[in-house]
Write a new protein. Structure first.
Lengths: 115, 109
């Protein structure tokens, strides 16, 4: 149980374009979803936390207008990287937790390369 | 501020035992997680401790001392596939996960 999928697993886009990453909880209701970014050889950096049906809470230093997060249902959250630049190239990982469950179940991650 | 410390890198030999330490200073405590992360992959759950003591799960064990703000992950009978980063994370008073930087474990034959 507690499977989280992420799509796409890899994406290459041109600078200035937007990319949408989907995160789905397949067998449970994810009341909270988290979006992380990880640069090579560095630890996870939490970007934002989203609860179903409400606006995401962004961490300090993360531009909410650049990284649009939508958590429209209990099984789906999306992260859209708008006007992507090469410095946005990174490994983006989502995780999800159910109600009263503080363990985070991670998706497999999306490797974004902006050329 | 909130802080979690763990060694950056450790090396061990196949078949041996290794202990990865984690110390934390957080605003409140609602449990400590250990995750394993292979290069290029997402983290996978290893253990969760909320009470003091040792939790054993196969070759992996995790220990917690809340009074000392200290935990360790013990890996026995090391295998080459255990080469990975091991992340310590603490659930603070707001139930937010505070992540350590991770310990890269290198297993040598």
């Amino acid at each position: 149980g507690a499977v989280v999928s992420q799509h796409p697993s890899r994406v290459i886009c041109k600078s200035g374009t937007s990319v949408k990453i989907e995160c789905r909880s397949l067998d449970f209701q994810a009341t909270t979803m988290f979006w992380y970014r990880q640069f090579p050889k560095q630890s996870l950096m939490l970007m934002a936390t989203s609860n179903e049906g409400s606006k995401a809470t962004y961490e300090q230093g993360v531009e909410k207008d650049k990284f649009l997060i939508n958590h429209a249902s209990l099984t789906l959250s999306t992260l859209t990287v708008t006007s992507a630049h090469p410095e946005d190239s990174s490994f983006y990982i989502c995780s999800a937790s159910g109600q009263n469950d503080y363990e985070q179940y991670f998706g497999p991650g999306t490797r974004l390369t902006v050329t | 501020g909130q802080n979690i410390d763990q060694p950056t890198e450790m090396t061990a030999t196949e078949g041996a035992i290794v202990q990865i330490n984690c110390t934390y200073q957080t605003s409140g405590f609602n449990g400590l997680f250990w995750y394993q992360q292979h290069a290029g992959e997402a983290p996978t759950f290893l253990s969760y401790n909320v009470l003091d003591g040792l939790e054993e799960k196969g070759r992996f064990s995790s220990f917690l001392s809340r009074s000392k703000g200290y935990s360790y992950l013990l890996l026995k009978e090391l295998q080459m596939k255990d080469s990975a980063s091991y992340l310590c994370a603490v659930l603070d008073s707001n139930y937010q996960l505070i992540w350590g930087a991770g310990t890269k474990l290198i297993i040598k034959p």
